[in-house]
Design a protein around this ligand. Sequence first.
Ligand code: NI
Ligand code: MN
Length: 227
Amino acid sequence: MTLKVTWYSHACFLIETDNTKLLVDPFLTGNPLAPVRADQIQADYILVSHGHGDHVGDTVEIAKRTGATVISNYEIQNWISGQGVADVHPQHIGGGFDYPWGRVKLTIAQHGSALPDGSYGGNPCGFLFYIQGKKIYHACDTGLFYDMKLIGEEGVDLAILPIGDNFTMGPDDALRAVKLIKPTQVIPIHYDTFEVIKQDPRAWAVRVEKETPSKVTVLQPGEHVAL
Ligand code: NI
Ligand code: MN
């Protein structure tokens, strides 16, 4: 059984098992780094971490076209349903659910969550996936928080961490996050999409691999890792 994890730039990932496609934070339209268009994407589930436009992105359009189930917090679910998306599954922070493809638990994130039209988007979250014996922690948009240590205690195979600074953790705090989580592998995200989050991911990778046992994989948009 293969697990393919493809980065579509910013915070957007496609996680594929042999028969299920999970799309996270599909910001493609208006994203200068997106390697694919929203209308080229297939998904069975779409996970939305928080209400900001660079994360909700094309969720409504892709969900309507593909019939994907949208997983998010209760407040975002209400808003998504109001846009005409029929298949939604609300969860909330600290809660996990067993889907046919595996489990996902919503984790805390230190951020905001207002929706694009100003609607209340509840609290932002990250995602801890348990799929085919692997654990993937997608931190989504967040500042550094010490409870990342608790997430790391679960034994994280792959951590997906923002390094862009300005809106989220920057390189220094993301390095501290790696030390708290202790993942086997790390992928840096949420950089270079906009001028204010320009970073050098390779320089960050060198620092992380010098100071921790974690392996850093710097992807180009559209590239993937197999777990
Ligand atoms: Ni955000
Ligand atoms: Mn963001």
